[in-house]
Design a protein around this ligand. Structure first.
Ligand code: ADP
Ligand code: MN
Length: 568
C-alpha cells in the first residue's frame, strides 16, 4: 500500500478469539502499546527537529509527525494561493498591498524561493531621500556654537521636518509627492494641512457611517422613489441628497429646492417621508379584531396608503398654523402624498443640532428655556395646539433660536387627551433644562398651570390623574354638543405608535383610553371624504397605480435625473 509519504508496511494481523476481544486484559494491553508508541514523539520538539526527523525517516508511521507534515503542506499551499491572490490584486499598481499578515508559515520555515523579496538596500535608498539627517540638538534644542547656532525652531529645519511629517498623514490624504525635492513647509502651512486632514478624515467617516446607515435601512419603496424622481424631473427639487434621519415612522432626506409653478422653493430643504411599510399595517388587522372601536370592515375600508398621508397633512396644517403665529419652525414647501418638503433648519447639508446634542453654555440653555416656554404658550393660546412629543429630541438649536419640528402628531386642544399630552410635554421640558443646569426651572405642574391658566392642584401622579379627569370631563362636554362617536384610524395609529415608543423606553404601559373622540379629527376626515366624493370616486382610482407600472416607470426613468436621487 502506498501513500504520499511512502509505503506502509502491512503488519500481519493475528486473528484472535471473541473472548480475547472482550477481555479487559487485552484492552489494557492495547492501551499500553499505544501509549508506548506515542511517547516516542516528544511534543516539545521544534518543527525543524521534526522535519529533520522526517527527512531521516521518510517512511515514518509516526502519526503526530505525519499530521505535522501534512499541516505544513497545507500551510504552504495556503500561502502560495495567497501570493497569487496578492499579485493579482496589485497588478501593475504603483502602490501595492501585502497579504503578508495572512500567511501562516512562519518566515523561518519558508523556502528560499521568495524571489520578490525587497532588497534591503533598496529600502535604505528609498528612506534616505526624505530623511536628510537633521542636526543633533542638545537638551535645550540648540545645535552648534557661537555665531553658527541653530535652534530647533530654525525655519529651514522645521520646514524640512514638516515636509517629512506630511508623509505621516493618513494615506487617503493626498499630500502629493515631494520626493527628490528639498521641500520645506512653514509651520503655518503644515498645521493647516494637518487640520484639514483631520477634518477630511472625520468627514469621510461621517459619510461612511451615513452610507452604511442608509443602506441598512431599506425604507423607500418603488412608489416613493418614483414620486421623488418625478419631483426632480419636474424641477420641484433640484436633487435629493443623503439621509438625515431614519426613524420608525419617517425618514428625512436633505434636498436642494427647485421651483414649483414659478415659485422658488427654499434653497435647502428637508424631505420627510412618512413610512409606507404596508406590512405593518396589514398585520394590525389582528389587533383591530375584537377591539370594539374597530369593526373589521371599517379597518378594511381604510386604505393604509391614505391613512399614512394623513400624517403629512396634519404636519403641514400644524406647521402652517405655527408659522402664522411666529413660532420658529420649518416652512412647508410642498406636500406630495406622503412626502413633505419643508425648509431646512441648518446649512450646507448640516442639520442644526437637536437641543439634546447642542452642548450650549449655561446662558444659552437659560435663553433656550425661556424660548421654549414662550413657544409652548403660543402653541397653547394662539395656535390651540399641543405638540404631544415635545422634548430635547424635537427642538433644534439654530442661529441662537429654538426651532420646533416633528408636529405630525400635534393635536388640537379639543383632543380627548390634549391636556395629558401637554403635561407630558411640560415634564420633558422641565426635566431636560433642570439637568442642563438652568437655574429656577419651574416644576412641570406649575408650568402646566401657567400655560393653561388652570389651577390644578397636587403633584406628580396625583396631578397627572387630575389632568386626565379634566380631559375626560371636557371631552364629555364637547361630545354633548357633537355628533356620534367615531374612532379614527389616524388616532389609532398614533396611539399605537406612542404605545410602542413607551414600551421601547421600558416605561410603564399606558392604558388606552376607551371611547375617545376628537371632533377636529372628525371634521378633518370628513373634509377628506368630501373631497373624494366630489371627485366621484375618481380620486381613489386615479392614484392607485399598479405595482408593475411603478416598476416599469422606474426602469424607464431618465438616468441623469435618477442620479440626482442619492438615497443611499
Ligand atoms: P421623526 O418622527 O422621525 O422623529 P422628525 O420630524 O423629528 O421625525 O425628523 C427626524 C430628524 O430629522 C430630526 O430629529 C432632525 O434631526 C431632522 N429634521 C427633520 N426636519 C428637519 C428640518 N426641517 N431641518 C433640519 N433637520 C430636520
Ligand atoms: Mn422627532
Amino acid at each position: 500500500m502506498t501513500t504520499p509519504w511512502g509505503k506502509i508496511q502491512a503488519a500481519p494481523v493475528m486473528p484472535c478469539s471473541l473472548q480475547d476481544v472482550m477481555s479487559e486484559q487485552l484492552a489494557l494491553d492495547l492501551q499500553q502499546k499505544e501509549e508506548e508508541n506515542s511517547v516516542k514523539v516528544d511534543e516539545t520538539r521544534t518543527f525543524q527537529e521534526i522535519l529533520a526527523a522526517a527527512s531521516e525517516d521518510p517512511e515514518t508511521t509516526d502519526d503526530y509527525l505525519l499530521a505535522q507534515m501534512l499541516q505544513q503542506e497545507y500551510d504552504r499551499e495556503h500561502d502560495q494561493a495567497l501570493k497569487i491572490e496578492e499579485r493579482k490584486f496589485n497588478g501593475n499598481n504603483k502602490v501595492s498591498i501585502s497579504f503578508e499578515n495572512y500567511r501562516v508559515v512562519h518566515p523561518a520555515y519558508r523556502d528560499e524561493e521568495e524571489e520578490d523579496e525587497i532588497d534591503p538596500d533598496e529600502i535604505e535608498n528609498r528612506k534616505s531621500e526624505w530623511d536628510s539627517p537633521s542636526p543633533k540638538f542638545n537638551k535645550s534644542g540648540v545645535f552648534g556654537k557661537g555665531k553658527n547656532i541653530t535652534t530647533k525652531h530654525d525655519a529651514e529645519i522645521c520646514g524640512r521636518r514638516n515636509a517629512s511629517r506630511l508623509m505621516d498623514l493618513p494615506p487617503e490624504f493626498h499630500s502629493g509627492d515631494g520626493e527628490g525635492i528639498d521641500m520645506k513647509l512653514p509651520n503655518k502651512v503644515y498645521n493647516k494641512l494637518k487640520l484639514h486632514s483631520l477634518a477630511e478624515n472625520k468627514r469621510s467617516q461621517r459619510l461612511h457611517e451615513k452610507k452604511e446607515f442608509s443602506t441598512s435601512e431599506q425604507v423607500l419603496d418603488p412608489r416613493t422613489k418614483l414620486l421623488l424622481y418625478k419631483m426632480v424631473n419636474n424641477g420641484t427639487l433640484e436633487s435629493v441628497g443623503g439621509s438625515i434621519s431614519s426613524g420608525k415612522e419617517s425618514v428625512v432626506y436633505h434636498a436642494y429646492g427647485g421651483s414649483k409653478e414659478g415659485v422658488l422653493l427654499s434653497t435647502e430643504c428637508a424631505v420627510k417621508i412618512y413610512k409606507t411599510t404596508l406590512n405593518e399595517f396589514k398585520n394590525r388587522g389582528a389587533y383591530v379584531d375584537g377591539d370594539h372601536r374597530f369593526s373589521r370592515d371599517d379597518f378594511k375600508k381604510n386604505n393604509p396608503r391614505k391613512v399614512i398621508r394623513i400624517w403629512g397633512e396634519k404636519e403641514t396644517a400644524n406647521l402652517n398654523r405655527m408659522k402664522k403665529f411666529g413660532i420658529p419652525c420649518p416652512a412647508v414647501q410642498v406636500l406630495n402624498k406622503h412626502i413633505l418638503v419643508m425648509s431646512f433648519i441648518g446649512e450646507d447639508q448640516c442639520p442644526a443640532p437637536k437641543l439634546k446634542d447642542a452642548q450650549l453654555s449655561v446662558e444659552d440653555y437659560e435663553d433656550a428655556y425661556e424660548q421654549v416656554i414662550k413657544i409652548m404658550d403660543t402653541m397653547q393660546n394662539k395656535c390651540a395646539l399641543v405638540h404631544g412629543d415635545l422634548s430635547e429630541y424635537n427642538l433644534l438649536w439654530y442661529q441662537d433660536k429654538v426651532w420646533v419640528i416633528d408636529v405630525s402628531q400635534a393635536v388640537e386642544l379639543t383632543h380627548p387627551k390634549a391636556m395629558e399630552f401637554l403635561f407630558r410635554d411640560c415634564t420633558n421640558v422641565c426635566k431636560f433644562f433642570k439637568k442642563a443646569g438652568v437655574h429656577g426651572v419651574k416644576e412641570p405642574e406649575k408650568l402646566f398651570n401657567q400655560i393653561t391658566r388652570l389651577n390644578i392642584k397636587g403633584k406628580g401622579a396625583e396631578f397627572a390623574a387630575q389632568v386626565q379627569r379634566y380631559d375626560k370631563e371636557r371631552s364629555a362636554e364637547l361630545l354633548a354638543h357633537q355628533i356620534s362617536m367615531k374612532e379614527y384610524a389616524f388616532d389609532y395609529y398614533f396611539e399605537k405608535s406612542q404605545q410602542d415608543r413607551l414600551e421601547e423606553a421600558g416605561e410603564e404601559q399606558e392604558e388606552m383610553l376607551e371611547d375617545r373622540n376628537d371632533p377636529f379629527e372628525y371634521f378633518y376626515e370628513k373634509s377628506l371624504q368630501d373631497k373624494e366624493d366630489e371627485a366621484g370616486g375618481q380620486y381613489s382610482e386615479e392614484e392607485e397605480e399598479d405595482d408593475e407600472d411603478v416598476e416599469e416607470e422606474l426602469r424607464n426613468a431618465d438616468e441623469d435625473k435618477m442620479d440626482k436621487l442619492k438615497l443611499g
